[in-house]
Ligand binder design. Structure first.
Ligand code: ACO
Length: 483
């Protein structure tokens, strides 16, 4: 990819959006049906009740810095981007290992050889929303007078781990890098970005000694659905003003609805929730066919319905075809890796983009819902280009993420007992200094950065697994990106 050129005096750059994507998830997972047995819960609770099949997790060899180093270097390599062409880099994460030094500054190691130190942006934190906040900052920067003509790079990464108990099965881990610039194949619709923010203690991390959050599970679900209702209200108005929403129901106005996924069942309930919002807002006669049998719920108030099983079941049944067509394809990574926190909704976008032939992706409009407890949320829309010429940027973007399914298949399955032991090890060694990690590095994917040591002053050293196997000539295979 060549650098960009700022066009002077031409107003806002056009078609600002996503130019490239890269996703990284751990090379090991635990099977959720085996975890059900290990945790002695009823069979089907995690797999059917929550909709989760596998959960990715990290040993003590990986931390938030290594995840982000890995995903950034992979994006730069795969897309052949020169490090001098990045003018903004920021990280969204809630995996805090240092209260002062940002992950972004650690990533600056990758830029050392290029000599590029002129890069704006820093870390953003609010539960699973930090990645979206960073993404909005990046889009705003490119559209602003501060833009210097270079790319913005957004990184969202997290290690989602819970204490033993009912929330542990909703963990996960991973990172996503998103390259932002003008003339993009995936464009942010201007003015179509609805926000809802509020003060709530549904999920938070007050204990600096622990990786685990304090969670009120039920409250977090209610907050998530309430935030979706509020954002629905605002986005529908914005889409109407922009002339994008041409039929009365939001669910008819986009080809894909992609959600932050704490677990897949909540996403299915969210599609039902959008249908309930559509139903309550638009009683128009031309809409009544797909609402057959729902008329009895016409007078309900949204705030009374969060845990109303009758309404939930009725709208989940009615919205099942929409869910299957417009949302289920985006749940591959959520189902196979679990909740990655900040990258979750963008894992949904990646899953959607690789879910079908590119001809069926081109020209689609996607609505994305991002939620971070505490709480911060946004519902916004993107438009995918319909330019499919062989060298088009959409073709390149999709090609560069087309290895996701094979990477998922190449992962190593770990027994729940070993997973549990690794979680205990992380607990005991979290924030220990000095510390030498003991996790094996053989099973890491090629090109993965990993933690070598933490010294007595808490300074972390990393190394990278060779991208290619060593050659007979003695080449150790280490890529020359950064030391
Ligand atoms: N077969 C099929 N379904 C089952 C079975 C079974 N054997 N057993 C239970 N279920 C169903 C339940 O009926 C329930 O379905 P429902 O949600 O439609 O009512 C579902 O499985 C979950 O069972 P619960 O008993 O409700 O689960 P529990 O309360 O133990 O925990 C929770 C679920 C609250 C999600 C917990 O895992 C948690 O706290 N997770 C972390 C918080 C979270 O992810 N919040 C979401 C937004 S915030 C964020 O992203 C972090």
């Amino acid at each position: 990819m060549s650098g960009l050129r700022k066009e002077e005096n031409q107003g806002w750059p056009n078609n600002v959006g996503i130019l490239a994507l890269e996703v990284y998830f751990p090379s090991q997972y635990v099977d959720q049906s085996e975890l059900e047995e290990f945790d002695s819960v009823s069979k089907g609770k995690y797999t059917i009740g929550l909709g989760q099949d596998k959960m990715g997790f990290c040993s003590d060899r990986e931390d938030i810095n290594s995840l982000c180093l890995t995903v950034v270097q992979r994006l730069m390599e795969k897309n052949n981007i020169d490090y001098t062409n990045i003018g903004r880099l920021e990280v969204g994460t809630e995996t805090i290992i240092d209260k002062s030094k940002s992950v972004k500054t650690v990533l600056m190691q990758l830029f050392e050889k290029s000599g590029n130190t002129c890069i704006e942006g820093i870390d953003t934190t609010n539960a699973c929303f930090g990645g979206t906040a960073a993404l909005f900052n990046a889009v705003n920067w490119v559209e602003s007078s501060s833009w210097d003509g270079r790319y913005a790079l957004v990184v969202a990464g997290d290690i989602a781990v819970y204490a033993t108990g009912n929330a542990r099965c909703t963990g996960g881990a991973g990172a996503i890098a998103i390259l932002i610039g003008p003339q993009a194949p995936i464009v942010f619709d201007r003015g179509c970005r609805a926000t809802h923010m509020q003060h709530v203690y549904d999920f938070y991390k007050p204990n600096m000694e622990s990786e685990y959050p304090v969670v009120d599970g039920k409250l977090s679900i209610q907050c998530y659905l309430h935030a979706l209702d509020k954002c629905y209200d605002r986005l529908t108005q914005q889409l109407q003003t922009a002339g994008i929403m041409t039929s009365p129901r939001l669910l008819d106005n986009a080809d894909a609805f992609i959600f932050h996924s704490p677990y897949c069942k909540l996403v299915q309930k969210s599609v039902a929730r959008l249908m309930l919002n559509d139903f309550l807002r638009h009683p128009g006669s031309n809409c009544t066919d797909s609402y057959n049998g729902l008329e009895t719920f016409r007078g309900v108030k949204l705030e009374d319905t969060y845990f109303n099983k009758e309404i939930e079941t009725a709208f989940m049944t009615a919205s099942k075809p929409v869910f299957t067509q417009k949302t289920k394809p985006s749940l591959l990574l959520a189902n196979q890796v679990g909740n990655m926190y900040t990258p979750s909704v963008y894992g949904g976008l990646v899953s959607f983009l690789i879910s079908r032939p590119i001809q069926e992706i081109a020209g689609c409009r996607c609505v994305l819902f991002s939620y971070g407890s505490g709480l911060a949320s946004a519902l916004y829309s993107l438009r995918i280009t319909d330019d499919l010429s062989p060298l088009s940027s959409l073709t390149r973007l999709v090609k560069n993420i087309s290895d996701v399914k094979s990477c998922l298949d190449r992962r190593k399955k770990v027994s729940p007992k070993d997973f549990d032991a690794l979680m205990k090890l992380r607990e005991q060694t979290h924030h220990k200094a000095p510390y030498s990690p003991v996790g094996d590095t053989d099973s890491l994917f090629p090109g993965t950065w990993y933690l070598m040591s933490v010294d007595e002053k808490f300074r972390r050293q990393y190394d990278r697994k060779p991208l290619h196997p060593p050659t007979e000539a003695g080449d150790n295979g280490v890529d020359s990106g950064a030391s």
